[in-house]
Design a protein around this ligand. Structure first.
Ligand SMILES: [Zn+2]
Length: 378
């Protein structure tokens, strides 16, 4: 029996977006959903209690980082990732593929796997579909990801074709190496760069292998947003409707809404916590750089429409003061607010799907957010 089951509750008559639920061994997730990223088994500066209070139902952690430090055997010894980080709700781990290709130096890609040097100390390391899968088996996350190659943008057609075919062969090896299919659901990742026929080929090859869920990878890598949406429109209809669909590494407010409209169920991104650490908040009126001098005497909350812990208790002036003084609490408050903003945005998206008005919601949200004609968004 598969560890992951998708329940489709309703499709939005206006857009085709899906309201659903993903059932995992650590509970269910309402979808479409945004997953906060805890790279090193911690959502930077935000405790599990605070994540629950802001409404997070699942967190993501990174296999590459945990493989390097503290090592998956230590996490196994601790009783698995849930116990190690004190998070009893669902966890998704990525495969490490993306980080191997984006962070490490001197990588050599072979059919067998990828040899690379650690970005921490230069140690020579090796990851293969089998190793990446077994590392995630040791971590014990509810959803694990197949080891893939994410081609850069832009890239030549021939290279992307070769790489996409290899990613499919690697996905099959991950499936064979998976040691805990009753406790962890393995998702495959559709690649294919910005080429429609390669996206179709990838979706066809991977869906023939019957994974419990499918991700769309290799997007939001520097391409214009309209191209990302085109690739989604090409890919998503080819994925089975009875399985969850996850768009990797996408978390700007506009893309969460647009992705949901195209049938995506799950999203993740470091954006809300990364921009929080630069003193930037996402608000219902758009982006707010709380560090700016104009907020020095502003005693209102970050977002007047927000009900998060930071907005209920603290002012822009106070948070600006903390950030300018390098006080950790300022970054924590901004992170809590930004995560709440995206988690709450997805609650509104689900409500709009339930009421068959996601397109109307999108238009209202974008108008308020000040980005109706602004492609770059956040
Ligand atoms: Zn707030």
């Amino acid at each position: 029996m598969s560890a992951i089951r998708y329940e489709l509750i309703k499709t939005c008559a206006q857009t085709g977006a899906r309201l659903g639920r993903v059932h995992t061994p650590h509970g269910a997730i309402d979808t479409p959903t945004f997953m906060p990223v805890g790279t090193l088994a911690s959502v930077k500066g935000v405790s599990p209690e605070e994540l629950k209070a802001l409404g997070a139902q699942i967190v993501l952690s990174n296999t590459y980082h945990l493989f390097l430090r503290p090592g998956h055997e230590l996490v196994r010894e601790a009783g698995g990732l849930h116990k190690f980080m004190n998070w009893d709700r669902p966890i998704l781990t990525d495969s490490g593929g993306f980080q191997v290709f984006s962070l490490s130096e001197m990588r050599k890609i072979r059919e067998e796997g990828v040899e690379f040097r650690s970005h921490l100390n230069g140690d020579k390391l090796f990851l293969s579909p089998e190793i990446a899968t077994n590392v995630q088996n040791a971590l014990g996350s509810d959803i694990i990801m197949a080891f893939d190659e994410c081609p850069p943008y832009p890239a030549e057609y021939d290279y992307v074709k070769q790489s996409t075919e290899r990613t499919s062969r690697w996905a099959e090896r991950c499936l064979k190496a998976h040691e805990r299919p009753d406790e962890q659901g393995l998702f495959a990742i559709v690649q294919g760069g910005m080429f429609k026929d390669l996206r179709q080929m990838s979706a066809r090859d991977l869906t023939s292998l019957d994974f419990p869920g499918y991700a769309v990878g290799g997007l939001s890598v520097g391409e214009p947003k309209h191209l990302m949406y085109e690739m989604l429109e090409e890919t998503v209809p080819l994925l089975p409707s009875g399985k969850p669909r996850y768009l990797m590494g996408v978390g700007s407010p506009d893309a969460l809404v647009e992705g949901s409209m195209r049938g995506i169920d799950m999203f993740d991104c470091v954006l809300p916590t990364r921009i929080a650490r630069n003193g930037t908040a996402m608000t219902s009126q758009g982006r707010l750089v709380v560090k700016n001098a104009k907020y020095a005497n502003d005693f209102g909350p970050l977002d007047p429409e927000c009900s998060c812990y930071a907005c209920r208790n603290y002012s822009r002036a106070y948070i600006r003061h903390l950030i300018r003084a390098d006080e950790m609490f300022g970054l924590r408050l901004t992170s809590i607010h930004n995560l709440h903003f995206l988690v709450h945005l997805m609650e509104q998206v689900r409500e709009a799907i339930r009421e068959d008005r996601l397109r109307d919601f999108r238009d209202e949200f974008f108008e308020k957010y000040g980005m109706a004609d602004n492609e770059s968004g956040f």
